[in-house]
Design a protein around this ligand. Sequence first.
Ligand SMILES: [Zn+2]
Length: 150
Amino acid sequence: MYQPDLAGTGAVKYVGYLWFGHSYPKGKIAGLILERLVAIAEKSWFQARGFHKCNLGFCGVTQMLRDQPIFRYRGRTLTLGSSEILVPDDEKLYSAPNLILHYIRHHRYRPPECFCAAVLKCPAVDSTEYRERLGKWLDLNHLPPVHQKR
Ligand SMILES: [Zn+2]
């Protein structure tokens, strides 16, 4: 599913739903942003609908036709393509596929500035503060438990 960056309805804004044939901004981002995104992705509760793969071009991930793409980062291994990263900001809630990690590292994707800023100040995913921030926009009582599909 392609979505232009910062598209979305209401407070929810999509970031990083890249797709073959659609151009996207490229450039370097601070290492700390990637580090924080990995931390959020690692503990993401949100299973995406369906299963995404990178289709931006030939890269390590597209070679693995049957397996889910993985992302290695400082001794950690994350499975990509089936969960969402939610980053609350004061007035918005950013939703990104966790493939964004791969897009940043392998395809030089540069997410919007406001998203990067929100990532840097995002509370730890397992904190009460994070839940409270998400609770502004989502009904947390209807959230699926960790690692369970919708
Ligand atoms: Zn790729």
